[in-house]
Design a protein around this ligand. Structure first.
Ligand code: 5AD
Ligand code: SF4
Length: 442
């Protein structure tokens, strides 16, 4: 192979989409740093990695328009790698559709990025969309210093549920759990590297298992790591919510009182067409059990509006479910037909205007609930983990155990501090925390 292009000396990784992409992006950065490359901005980098999302059509469009804009300050084009789920779903087509692309690497193959960079130096696009999930983790370098205060740790990948609207089973493959020991080692390395909170990630994270340990057993083990203050996990499927995991919300001290449990629709007819394999009632009963174990738990969900065949009555069922649950926060999306999924070819696709109206109505209800949740916390005392500086001078931003963003102004606090505060004011998207000294002085 004749190498006509120079070895990149600097790189920039840009991640789109979910938290798992943030995790993968961090691991790619650590890998490239280990190869002697230096992280820099996208307009200076010799190599730009776009870590892409394929879940909705809009996410895919963003990637292709981003590729067109990639130019360095000196007017030359960097080496461009398309990683993530668009790479997996479209493979070599990516390089055909966007001729600027030099590397296409799927989410299970990015440990081979250094070899692909070498191959691309020949001037020919290098493609790797193999799916050997566990060998990826084994081949990546151990986690380095300088980790995020709130770090992600992928413990499970892929999905066997095949909801009829979703590309994940095709882009991330079958459900695979990483081994218990490897996860524990990585968690300890993250804490050594500065993490105080770990969010366990998986497309079906609560399906994680290694010889019957289950996610609750993993939480118990992580609870014992000195220096780790908080444990979270996402995203879960209702059918994998075991009693053990529910009980862990009562028994495991560091497991935070927050549960992201998507339901997608409140209509049994639509849930069936979505192949969700749970009903509205079974979901509500499950939440009753979760609340019995942990009464203060904050609930979050995902919703799709405008799934094929969704009638006004079906949508009203979704609104009534939301009213019944009282979410602390939730995400809602307009249905996006994805190539290759069963729902994309179902008849009765819903007109755009109808979907838009339904989304607005649903989001208005969810926003009201989120605000109400924040207002209800005013007057309570809690502790927050400081994650970053705020926009105003002297302001820092932290998270409450219930995932609320908390603004605080207090000299001397730094990222990574866990501090006690009183919640003194609430807005729709955040609350204000006041430190103990100020409260005494007031
Ligand atoms: N259209 C719209 N939203 C989708 N989601 C998954 N697939 C689609 C789609 N085709 C949403 C679901 C899921 C979240 C991650 O994205 O609500 O829980
Ligand atoms: Fe997609 Fe359904 Fe699997 Fe979630 S459970 S990743 S929505 S197929």
């Amino acid at each position: 192979m004749i190498l006509t292009r120079p070895q990149p000396k600097s790189f920039h990784v840009k991640s789109f989409g979910c938290q798992m992409n943030v995790y993968d992006g961090d691991r790619m950065s650590e890998l490239l740093t280990g190869e002697g490359m230096v992280a820099t901005t996208s307009d200076a980098a010799d190599l730009v990695v776009l870590n892409t999302c394929h879940i909705r059509e809009r996410a895919v469009h963003r990637v292709y328009s981003e590729i067109g804009t990639l130019k360095r300050e000196d007017g030359t084009r960097p080496m461009i790698a398309v990683a993530g789920c668009v790479a997996q779903a479209e493979g070599a087509e990516v390089a055909k559709r966007a001729r600027e692309v030099d590397i296409v690497v799927g989410p299970q193959a990015y440990h081979r990025l250094p070899e692909l960079v070498t191959a691309a130096r020949s001037g020919k696009a290098a493609i790797d969309t193999d799916m050997p999930i566990l060998s990826k983790f084994g081949a990546l370098p151990v986690r380095s210093k300088g980790q995020r205060t709130s770090a992600f740790l992928t413990v499970q990948e892929g999905c066997d549920k095949f909801c009829t609207y979703c590309v994940v089973p095709y882009t991330r493959g079958a459900e695979v759990s990483r081994p218990f020991g490897a996860i524990l080692d990585e968690a300890k390395a993250l804490v050594d590297g500065g993490a105080r909170e770990i969010t366990l990630l998986g497309q079906n994270v609560n399906a994680w298992d290694d010889n019957g340990i289950g996610l609750h057993g993993l939480a118990v083990a992580l609870d014992k790591i000195p220096g780790l203050a908080r444990i979270r996990y996402m995203t879960s499927h209702p059918n994998d919510m075991t009693q053990g995991l529910i009980d862990a919300h009562r028994d495991v001290e560091k497991l935070m009182p927050f549960l992201h449990l998507p339901v997608q629709s409140g209509s049994d007819r639509i849930l069936k067409a979505m192949n969700r394999s749970h009903s509205r009632d079974s979901y509500l009963q499950l939440l009753d059990r979760v609340r019995a174990a942990r009464p203060d738990i904050a609930l979050s969900g995902d919703f799709i509006v405008g799934f094929p065949g969704e009638t006004d009555a079906d949508f009203e069922d979704t609104l009534s479910l939301v009213a019944e649950v009282r979410y602390a926060q939730a995400f809602s999306f307009i249905y996006s037909p994805r190539p290759g999924t069963p729902a994309a070819t179902m008849c009765d696709q819903i007109p755009k205007e109808v979907m838009g109206e339904r989304l607005q109505r649903l989001q208005a209800v969810i926003n009201t609930q989120q605000h109400a949740f924040n207002v209800a916390s005013v007057g309570t005392q809690t502790n927050i983990l400081i994650e970053r500086a705020g926009k105003l001078p002297g302001q820092m931003l932290g998270k409450s155990p219930w995932m609320q963003s908390v603004h605080i102004v207090q000299p001397g606090i730094v990222v990574g501090d866990l501090i006690d505060v009183a919640i003194t004011a609430a807005g729709p998207n955040s609350v204000t925390g006041t430190p103990p000294e100020k409260r005494k002085a007031a």
